[in-house]
Design a protein around this ligand. Structure first.
Ligand SMILES: [Zn+2]
Length: 358
């Protein structure tokens, strides 16, 4: 790929309108059946400081659905950046049927500092959608991205994340909690078809009350599902702070599978060897009552029974301080990356059986 790729931290004068693509930076190039345009979109500093310039890549192939793929909302989760760049190359080589818009990083300052949040305001960008153009940087970033997504009228949004070193890759589906029951059921079927097509283990989000308590309807995927009424999935592949080639490939194939499900590309289905057939719901192990060294007894992908001890907390002399159990039958999905945990910490992710429609 020889097309110019904007520096995510560059400061281009003059200032374009917030959230608009900057036409001066567009570099069209025709390859086979499609056109590829690399451009930037901008978020101005409220105090007249430097403009934050973020990259965007558009592939157009003709009539067909539009898919938006977003990476690096969390600054230390970089697998998705590699996956977006791999998808970019894949689309250039193989083409598609509609339009695919790639956002390689929407938190370049978090990327540069290798932190989850947006450094300027320490907010989690994935909890502030649809954003606010007059608030702090995370909210303004969300608003600028949201206005582009609304204009794109996508058939699918894929949000690329990373979880932990000790994890199986998985896809998360959001709860359409704001839709009426019949619309919710119809959209839920479409979302789950996209998620199944990733070839990964699929977790439905926490139950409705917990989902809303954690503000997950203000995550990117949650907001797309609940405010645009459009399928969105979140992929959790690989560890934070690393971009291993195998993880990039898994994330790319999972995204292509979902894109295939809406008719945006023709990609052969790839089922990951760790996939566990659901339907599953995201759940947490029991929380430690005392802090200490986390010693796991099960590996991600292992099936567990209700009440089974899946980890323990020990002190430095090896004495057991607490045992952590699975509260329902299911499977271990991931363990926290810190081997030293505090009392009350969320130490991992489990999959438990989920009944009924999404
Ligand atoms: Zn994340």
């Amino acid at each position: 790929m020889t097309s110019s790729r904007p520096d995510p931290l560059s400061v281009p004068p003059p200032e374009p309108a917030e959230g608009d693509a900057d036409p001066s930076s567009q570099t069209p190039s025709s390859r086979g059946a499609g056109d590829r345009v690399a451009s930037t979109w901008s978020i101005a500093d409220r105090r007249g400081g430097p403009v934050l310039s973020l990259p965007r890549i558009d592939h157009r192939f003709g009539s067909g659905p539009t898919v938006a793929i977003v990476a690096n909302i969390h600054g230390d989760e970089v697998v998705g950046i590699g996956a977006v760049q791999a998808i970019d190359r894949w689309l250039t080589a193989h083409g598609g049927m509609g339009r695919v818009v790639l956002f390689p990083s929407v938190n370049p300052q978090g990327l540069a500092r290798q932190v989850r949040h947006v450094p300027a305001d320490e907010l989690d960008l994935n909890r502030v959608f649809p954003g606010n153009p007059r608030a702090s940087l995370a909210s303004r970033t969300a608003a600028a991205l949201w206005s582009q997504l609304q204009a794109l009228d996508p058939a699918l949004v894929v949000d690329l994340h990373a979880d932990a070193l000790d994890a199986i890759p998985y896809a998360i589906v959001d709860r359409p909690v704001r839709l009426d029951p019949s619309a919710r059921r119809a959209l839920g079927t479409r979302i789950e078809a996209c998620a199944d097509a990733t070839g990964l283990t699929v977790l439905r989000e926490y139950r409705d009350d917990v989902y809303q308590h954690f503000g997950l309807d203000r995550s990117l995927a949650g907001c797309v599902v609940n405010q645009l009424g459009v399928p969105a999935i979140t992929l959790e592949v690989g560890p934070r702070r690393a971009m291993r080639p195998d993880d990039v490939t898994v994330s790319m194939h999972a995204a292509l599978g979902a894109m295939h499900a809406v008719g945006a590309v023709q990609a052969p289905p790839v089922v990951h060897h760790t996939r566990i057939e659901g339907p599953w719901r995201r759940a947490a192990p029991s929380r430690p009552r005392r802090g200490g060294l986390l010693v796991t007894r099960c590996s991600p992908g292992d099936r567990v029974d209700a009440g089974q001890v899946i980890a323990e907390v020990r002190d430095l002399s090896g004495e057991r301080l607490d045992v952590l159990r699975a509260e329902a039958p299911g499977a271990v999905v991931s363990w926290i990356e810190s081997p030293w945990v505090s009392a009350g910490a969320l130490v991992g992710t489990l999959a438990v059986a989920d009944e009924g429609p999404l």
